[in-house]
Write a protein that binds this ligand. Structure first.
Ligand code: NDP
Length: 244
């Protein structure tokens, strides 16, 4: 249905080795874009890239040098960049009393620092394209704190909304649109891969039972990118109907 709507666009997706990022690579490629997927797990990226004709870029968004090199590698592979989807994310579900400071740091590093450094590195490429899109992956936890074990994750996603708003003001003169996507539960390995707590187990169960498919979120990203240049989608929030 969306075939061709991204013809000619050059899209970098971070966190492309699984879940929503992998689905976004697939959806953008199916819509006609040239796509680069960035993450740390090279082998998974390569399998995906071979399957859909994308470029695979191994990089760690928490390392500024690695992130910058990854963005430049993606731009070289695609002949420039029109869009960046900042999707890479990390989760830990624990109260402050039971939380591990290393997990707080990891979430801040991936969800906030990584998004910033990838965006900064992408700006020269987007500017030289003359127009562009930055799409930032937040969460319903970017607007509210769902439970006592989600405060720190929610803080990182609230930061994504604030950074999105600042970037929108900063990049408006360049014709670069900045959007935020805020899903509820999505059936991915995000919670299952998080440090074990009782709240983590509940969340992983809910994601598996009623979560949206990653492709449901990817479809929104294709829609944002395929809007005509005079239409800027600021925010898309979507939940599984059963989440309530
Ligand atoms: P996944 O765990 O499947 O995907 C996370 C992705 O982030 C992986 O590709 C991982 O790749 C990448 N990543 C993690 N750390 C780094 C790093 N240091 N450098 C580069 N890439 C990294 O989970 P989801 O698909 O669910 O998560 C994607 C986004 O969606 C996240 O931002 C998450 O917060 C958000 N989200 C998820 C929801 C859900 O219910 N699942 C709900 C709302 C938002 P690798 O390990 O190979 O580096």
């Amino acid at each position: 249905m969306t075939a061709g709507v991204l013809d000619g666009r050059r899209v970098l997706v971070t966190g492309a080795s699984s879940g929503i990022g992998e689905a976004t690579v697939r959806a953008c490629a199916a819509a006609g874009a040239r796509v680069a997927g960035l993450a740390r797990r090279t082998q998974r990226l390569r399998v995906l890239a071979d399957e859909v004709g994308a470029a695979a870029v191994t990089a760690d968004v928490t390392d500024a040098g690695s992130a910058r090199a990854g963005v430049d590698e993606a731009a070289a592979a695609l002949g420039g960049l029109d869009a960046v989807v900042n999707n890479a994310g990390a989760l830990s579900v624990a109260t402050v009393a039971e939380g591990d400071p290393e997990d707080w740091k990891r979430m801040l590093d991936v969800n906030v620092f990584g998004l910033l450094v990838i965006t900064q590195a992408a700006l020269p490429h987007l500017r030289s394209a003359g127009r562009g899109d930055v799409v930032n992956m937040s969460s319903m936890s970017g607007r509210r704190v769902p439970n006592a074990a989600s405060g720190v994750y929610a803080a990182t996603k609230h930061a994504v909304h604030a950074i999105t708003e600042g970037l929108r003001r900063e990049l408006h003169p360049d014709g670069i649109r900045v959007s935020v996507v805020a899903p509820g539960l999505v059936a991915t390995d995000l919670a299952a891969g998080a440090p074990a707590t009782a709240a983590r187990d509940r969340l992983a169960g809910l994601q598996a039972d009623i979560g949206l498919a990653p492709a449901d979120v990817a479809r929104q990203i294709v829609r944002i990118l395929s809007e005509p240049p005079h239409v800027a989608v600021h925010e898309v929030a979507l939940l599984p109907t059963d989440q309530g």
